[in-house]
Structure formats: C-alpha cells, structure tokens
Ligand binder design. Structure first.
Ligand code: ZN
Ligand code: ZN
Length: 209
C-alpha cells in the first residue's frame, strides 16, 4: 500500500492551496492508495478531507502536525485543536500516549531552524517516545533526508515518507510503502508501530512520471 503520509490542505492550513477535490484527483492520478492529511495544530482539516474523500471512494488517514520545542511532530490518534504555538513535547507525549496514538518527528534534519537541531542525534526524551521518524520529506534537500536516514539507522527506528505538500504539484514526492493494508486510523497506528514499511522517493516506487 502506497501512502503519502504528510499533506496539508487549504481546509485548515492557510499556507496550503490544495483543495480536497484536487487532492483526491491528483492522488488517484499518481496511483497512490491513500494520503494522510496532517494540518498544522489541528485535526479538523483531516476530518473534513477524510469525509469528503470517503464519499468519493478514496482513503484519507487523519493526523496532524504539532510544533514542539523538539521540532515538528506528526501525530496520529489525537483529535485536537491546539493553539498555533510551541506545544511542550512532554505534554504532547502524555496526551497522545493516553489515547493510544503515535508521534513521528517530521523532517528531523531540516535546515537552520533551531528547533530541528537533530544533526547527529535525537534527544533522549524524544527517543523514548518514538518508533519512527520521517526520513523522506518532499520539502527537504536530499542531504537533509539522508541525514535523517542515518539517524534512523543509528537508533534502530522505522522511517516514513511524506511530501509535506502545500501545493498540488508537490503531492506524492515522498511516500511510505506499507507491506500491510491498514483499513482505518487505528490500524494505521498499529502498522506504524510494527515497522513493516519504508520511506521512498516517488521515482523509486513509481518510476518517472
Ligand atoms: Zn513541519
Ligand atoms: Zn508539514
């Protein structure tokens, strides 16, 4: 099952221009089996797009992306609306664990942002809370993604891929290839814990478009 695990739409992410219909059409065109909608700081957009897509027979997983002092975190299994500010990581961990959800650091090696300071290593409190990191992100340089991949290996984590698309032309740039077929958000979380998946660039999975 091939999934773009990190997408922003214009439903809740003001920085994105992707409309739900465009998302469904383009994802189908690219041959994706599903996408995960992960708006900034809110679960709402994912819910709206999930319902919209389901009526059209396309699968959307519901997540969100939360800013913390340890970097941006993709979160699944926590249906929340947090204010647009740094959410303390330990509070996030508590909330998500209580609900049986999962936290996956997004683009852990991005550029100069001080919050993405995981150059060679990950903070101990972060490591305790995660089983996977995003090692293929569509907005990050190859170098940054390769650095994330080195960190993944170093700590024996699993890796996911997502485009981080804010424009429809960016959809699918990076993907997660699952050996299983999670049917809903709950199954997705189980599968993410299990590790039977890997991150890839679009071309590696689908050939050149
Ligand atoms: Zn981010
Ligand atoms: Zn993002």
């Amino acid at each position: 099952m091939i999934v773009d695990m990190h997408v922003h739409t214009n439903v809740s992410s003001r920085c994105s221009s992707i409309k739900p219909q465009e998302l469904v059409d383009r994802a189908r065109e690219l041959g994706l089996d599903a996408v995960a909608v992960t708006e900034h700081s809110t679960h709402k957009g994912a819910q709206v797009v999930h319902d919209f897509a389901r009526e059209r027979g396309f699968k959307v997983f519901r997540g969100m992306e939360v800013y913390t002092e340890l970097g941006d975190m993709l979160v699944f299994g926590w249906e929340e609306h947090v204010r647009y500010y740094l959410f303390p990581f330990k509070d996030l961990k508590k909330e998500v664990e209580e609900r049986g959800g999962i936290i996956i650091p997004a683009h852990p090696c991005r550029g100069l942002d001080v919050r993405h300071k995981h150059r060679q290593e990950l903070a101990g409190e972060l490591l305790e809370a995660i089983v996977a990191i995003e090692t293929r992100n569509g907005l990050i340089t190859k170098k940054g993604n390769d650095q994330a991949e080195r960190i993944r290996k170093k700590y024996g984590l699993f890796g996911i891929g997502g485009s981080d698309a804010h424009h429809v032309s960016h959809l699918g740039r990076c993907l997660t290839v699952f050996e299983d077929e999670p049917g809903d958000d709950k199954e997705l979380i189980e599968v993410l814990r299990g590790g039977r998946y890997h991150a890839a660039y679009f071309e590696e999975v689908m050939g050149s478009e």
